[in-house]
Design a binder for this molecule. Structure first.
Ligand code: ADP
Ligand code: 5GP
Length: 199
């Protein structure tokens, strides 16, 4: 399938949700590495109060801010939606979303369930929701542990506990993608994106 440009149509919001460690960030990042898709789809960068993981970069993975700064942005209405996850705040900056949609570009966001629900409510016509499933909870645990050696045991078990709850929401999403083999999952995600792009 070829990536066709959408003339005079507003952009779509592609929300990638699923438990921590299921591979949302990896899949979205790889999707945008496709040159054709990169012209059409932009990854939204959230603001968070979570500490940076090893290898993460300011402004690339997230905008890492203090709690005070996060509250200031909320008060100034610069956050479109936000959530609290394991004690940290995460929010979608409003400005870039509105600007890109108006320009007819698509936006890709990795959000928790609350964020997915809110954005679907704000933009019911042009939001596509995708839930990424891990092949098993054991694989999920190994991925969370392998992603960052600094993540402590308590945080890993909290993320896993939440993951078990989150999995039951998969049915509410427009699409499910099973992320066992990365190349297969990426192919499925590309297919969804190209289909929605030409719709
Ligand atoms: P999420 O954004 O859903 O929390 P990540 O994209 O950070 O998850 O992936 C968690 C870890 O699992 C990362 O270390 C990533 O490299 C790895 N990973 C993602 N998808 C796969 C896959 N299909 N096979 C093996 N490892 C994967
Ligand atoms: P992590 O700490 O693993 O990067 O993210 C924790 C959870 O917060 C993940 O489910 C991630 O998708 C979600 N998340 C990240 N940014 C945002 C955001 O701006 N809004 C919402 N609602 N969830 C977010």
């Amino acid at each position: 399938m070829k990536a066709k440009k959408r003339k005079n149509k507003p952009g779509k919001i592609f929300i990638i949700s699923g438990p921590s460690g299921s591979g949302k960030t990896t899949l979205l990042t790889r999707l945008i590495q496709d040159k054709k898709i990169a012209k059409l789809l932009v990854k939204s960068r959230s603001v968070t109060t979570r500490p940076k993981r090893f290898g993460e970069r300011q402004g690339k993975d997230y905008f890492f801010v203090s709690k005070e700064e996060f509250r200031r942005l909320l008060k100034a209405k610069k956050i479109l939606e936000w959530t609290r996850y394991l004690g940290y705040y995460y929010g979608t900056p409003k400005g870039p979303v509105e600007k890109l949609l108006k320009a007819g570009r698509h936006l890709g966001l990795c959000l928790d369930l609350k964020g997915a629900r809110i954005l679907k409510k704000i933009y019911p016509q042009n939001t596509v929701t995708i839930f990424v499933l891990p092949p098993s909870l054991d694989v999920l645990k190994a991925r969370i542990e392998g992603r960052c050696r600094e993540t402590n045991k308590q945080e890993i078990s909290q993320r896993l506990r939440l993951a078990k709850k989150e999995m039951s929401a998969a049915r509410q999403f427009d699409y499910n993608v099973l992320n066992g083999d990365l190349q297969v999952a990426l192919k499925d995600l590309k297919k969804i994106f190209l289909k929605e792009n030409s719709a």
